[in-house]
Design a protein around this ligand. Structure first.
Ligand code: 5GP
Ligand code: MN
Length: 311
């Protein structure tokens, strides 16, 4: 019995890597397979093959009694959420496949490649090793992870090899423009309205730009999901800033922190120090409130990191 798990608040690489691995294992003849993720995946991911087989049902996971758990795109155990905790009760073998620089290598077997632009890029190399035919459906899962984690091939970890992998995936019949349309180029109007609310708080100081959303702002917004609706990616386009941060106060007085850095800067250390993780250019953590002190704590650490990283 093999359980595949990916992280809370899943993104395209999370859903892409879990569904690609599932298809590959089925291709190898694995019959008892369960896909799990704490949060219901977003509707925008519903074009990804096997999307509707992902469960958050703890009872189902406990009853399944996995012998092997493969956790994907998670730098630490907490990212696996409740489904991962439930899966551990029968002491299965755990395999950790990931590309975060902050990965804690917490499993029995750790395949961590920080050179990979997405976890799906690692899985593509496994597909080649295992000599599995690249179907259009597997390629759809894999290319989704590559597109979303590189913001459509715009991040500094996009190498010639990444473009080659993307080209090979497109050659399997996947439309790149369809994937970008579904995952990056469209968002619900509620997300943009929520951006407007948050943007009213924008401040720029010492080449760091940031916004926040209080509990009330969050509640009044009609945006359904958690977090900042990816506003931090927009903040990171501010010419005059080298680092960007967004802060969202949650119902239980925690603060969700999203961090981004321009080329040549690294915010993963700040997130890691605060119990989170990520990549040099994109990282995050959740810390204790109240909002004001959380903001001051993070800004202080970002200023220190900026000074260290500015020659
Ligand atoms: P985002 O700002 O889009 O939520 O996250 C950006 C990056 O930081 C992603 O690669 C994500 O995996 C990582 N990240 C965000 N929040 C956390 C967290 O609480 N813990 C860890 N380990 N990584 C996080
Ligand atoms: Mn990823």
């Amino acid at each position: 019995n093999i359980l595949l798990v990916t992280h809370i608040a899943p993104d395209g690489d999370a859903i892409g890597s879990i569904t690609a691995m599932a298809q590959m294992l089925e291709e190898l003849g694995v019959e008892n397979l369960l896909l799990a993720c704490d949060d219901p995946a977003k509707v925008k991911h519903d074009f990804i093959p096997m999307f509707d087989r992902i469960t958050a049902d703890i009872d189902r996971i406990t009853a399944f009694q996995p012998d092997l758990v493969i956790i994907l795109d998670c730098s630490d155990e907490r990212r696996g959420g409740k489904v991962f905790q439930a899966a551990l009760s029968g002491s299965p073998i755990v395999v950790n496949i990931d590309h975060h620089i902050t990965n804690l290598k917490f499993a029995n077997h750790n395949l961590v490649r920080i050179d990979a632009a997405s976890t799906t890029q690692i899985i593509y190399d496994l597909l080649l090793d295992w000599r599995i035919d690249l179907s259009q459906d597997i390629a759809t899962s894999l290319l989704t992870g590559l597109v979303t984690d590189t913001l459509c091939f715009r991040t500094s970890n996009v190498t010639p090899r990444v473009m080659q992998v993307a080209s090979e995936l497109m050659s399997a019949g996947v439309s790149l423009s369809f994937i970008t349309e579904r995952t990056v180029n469209r968002r619900p109007v509620e997300a943009v309205q929520y951006w407007a609310t948050q943007l009213g708080t924008l401040q720029l100081e010492d080449r760091i730009v940031w916004t926040y959303a209080t509990k009330d702002m969050r509640r009044r917004s009609r945006f359904k999901s958690t977090g900042d609706a990816s506003l931090v990616t927009l903040l990171n386009t501010v010419w005059e800033a080298d680092m960007a941060a967004s802060f969202v106060e949650t119902g239980d007085n925690q603060v969700e922190v999203s961090l981004r850095a321009k080329r040549g800067y690294d915010v993963s250390g700040v997130a890691y120090d605060l119990g989170g993780g990520g990549h040099p250019a994109a990282a995050g953590c959740t810390i204790a409130g109240p909002l004001d002190s959380a903001i001051q704590l993070v800004l202080g650490k970002l200023r220190d990191a900026w000074s260290d990283q500015t020659g």
